[in-house]
Design a protein around this ligand. Sequence first.
Ligand code: 5AD
Ligand code: SF4
Length: 473
Amino acid sequence: MEMLGMSAKMHDEARQGEAFAPVVSGGNQYQKKFYIESYGCQMNFSDSEIIASILHNNGFGATVIYQEADLVLLNTCSIREKAEQTVRKRLTEFRKLKGAKPGMLIGVLGCMAERLKAKLLEEEKLVDIVVGPDAYRSLPGLIGEAETGHKAVNVLLSREETYADISPVRLDSNGVTAFISIMRGCNNMCSFCVVPFTRGRERSRDAYSIIAEAKELFNSGYKEVTLLGQNVDSYYWIDEEKDEIITFAKLLEKVALVNDDLRVRFSTSHPKDITEDVLHTMNKYENICKHIHLPVQSGSTRILQLMNRTYTREWYKAKIDQIRNIIPECGISSDIIAGFCTEAEEDHKDTINIMEYSRYDMSYMFVYSERPGTLAAKRYKDDIGDDVKKKRLQEIVVLQGRLSQESNQRDIGKTFKVLIEGESKRSANDWMGRNTQNKVIVFPKHIPDSKKGDYVQVKVIDCTQATLLGEVI
Ligand code: 5AD
Ligand code: SF4
């Protein structure tokens, strides 16, 4: 089992198969209905909002009831084998439904579409449409083809596509926080990772379109944007009119300047790419949230080398030191893989040890899952047994539990500015929000006219491993 005892955050397979209707419902203006389920990373959820926009413009309205849909779409993830298995199961269920409703079309989008390509259409006969992450604009045409009984597939990757001009239809929105995709693809070639193959080369989106999207969101009442990319720190865009290079630090500043009341977050940072400039920019603007997701993957220099991460254990620790020196209050979280090829007990100890050193507030923790086509699959044997992988993951999870608990305990007595995101899932009498460090805080709705989207000062009086408990002051 992966991700044992995970704390509050959801990721990858943990966020699976969620279906959402758009914030602004389409009414009856649409002739046909589509249903979409998203799996995987935030990038995929953000892509589903682009897909919804393309479909809206082509006469399709969204529904959350798949039985009434003319088109059922699964936006899929390939990052670990388990993610793919989940989608396959789901496809079989939809296939059965299609037996009773032959006109219904089933489409697979995203990373699995890219990885498995026509195989999904031909061998398994599970689907009618297969569309890779860079080909969503061709979806309406492909639906047309599929309607005439042809199998439709487009998995071409692009060096340019950023969907910059498409205004996403916000799905599953709380109306307060939203994602903005700033770049696509990845050039890093970490040896375990399938993303460079499923999402293609890295490319950055036009900075003006990013800022325009942030402004539009703020003007519609949103109070927080998360700038998304596989590797945001390598954002690089040339403003040809002004002859200016826009780095990630500059982009961050420009988005922060949209409005003081618009919080800005970003994810994900590769430790090798996050610059001092970014850290200083974070410090300069109160509304840039003091949280960095800085995946370490492993604490062993030898394993890091096999993973092609391009940093050593010492280098990573120095990065943590630098962050803590420049932004003392910064929240730091991580991704960790247990049981990568050849990992010895000694390497695992190094991971345990670097977690202690980094004092992560939160981590996403996984066992290594070999992905066909990756460098690791080609070069190294997946030689750590399942039981050893699980045992090591369990140790990592237990340690993270303690680190999260300790981190939360250090916050008791402190007061934070919290953005109210909505009602607490557990009680209608409580609000749920986050502080700048990205920690979830739950507190009673005391103030009579407090509402979603408000900033309030909350004093922490207690905590669990996953949540701070507070009261409004
Ligand atoms: N096996 C296990 N975990 C993986 N990740 C990426 N590829 C794999 C894999 N093959 C994890 C990494 C990455 C996160 C998104 O998923 O930790 O940062
Ligand atoms: Fe999964 Fe990676 Fe694709 Fe996101 S980019 S959906 S995590 S394989």
